[in-house]
Design a protein around this ligand. Structure first.
Ligand code: HEC
Ligand SMILES: [Cu+2]
Length: 184
């Protein structure tokens, strides 16, 4: 978000009641399935603010965090413009192989990558995955090692995750991680 400008966040819950809360920025806002809620707030100082679901919502409640990054408006505008662009195309053989694996393994059924045939909606949009600091709702750092562990067996890290384990040969897993790393 841009520093000094109010932002409005639109909130929906797919399954159970969650509560959106970044304690240093705003009060708690309940998210009730079937109802769209909005919350307006402003950051007066640049920085990274941690948020956390504040309503017990199931097994993964403690693993449901997010970061709000407040940047000076010009930096924010540049970031927002990049986020609206489609994904970059693979530029070498390993990246192309990773992309092909993504499209042919189950990944593309649950995840979208803008500018590719992947349009799944059950999981997070991955068009700009590599620009995020964390994955799996603040649970893991966004680096090669964590991505590989997550893709191989998400439920070893988050037992109730809705993403199934994948059975990929080690070389294929590495190609996939290489491709995901290009999604800046
Ligand atoms: C059945 C649907 C499903 C399939 C198939 C699936 N995923 Fe996921 N994926 C999810 C869901 C749901 C999440 C969010 C999990 C969470 O945070 O608890 C997720 C999270 C992720 C994340 C972390 C994204 C973030 O921003 O937190 C990555 C990376 C990812 N999946 C990659 C893959 C890859 C690569 C494949 C194929 C090998 C794949 N997924 C297959 C549903 C799926
Ligand atoms: Cu929750």
């Amino acid at each position: 978000m841009p520093v000094g400008r109010p932002v409005v966040v639109s909130l929906v819950a797919a399954d159970v009641i969650h509560t959106f809360w970044a304690p240093n920025l705003h009060g708690k806002k309940d998210m009730i399935p079937g109802r769209r809620a909005t919350i307006e707030f402003r950051a007066d100082r640049a920085g990274t603010y941690r948020g956390q679901c504040a309503e017990f919502c199931g097994y993964e409640h403690a693993l449901m965090a997010f970061l709000v990054v407040a940047d000076p408006p010009a930096e924010y505008d540049a970031w927002a413009a990049r986020q609206r662009e489609a994904a970059t195309s693979p530029s070498d053989e390993p990246e192309a192989r990773g992309q092909q694996l993504f499209m042919t393994a189950a990944c593309a059924r649950c995840h979208a990558i803008a500018g590719t045939p992947a349009t799944g909606r059950l999981g997070p949009d991955l068009t700009h995955l590599a620009s995020r600091r964390t994955i799996a709702a603040g649970t893991l750092a966004n680096d090669r090692d964590a991505l590989a562990r997550w893709i191989a067996d998400p439920r070893a890290l988050k037992p109730a995750a809705m993403m199934p384990p994948s059975h990929l040969a080690p070389g294929d897993l590495q190609a996939l991680v290489t491709y995901l790393g290009t999604l800046k």
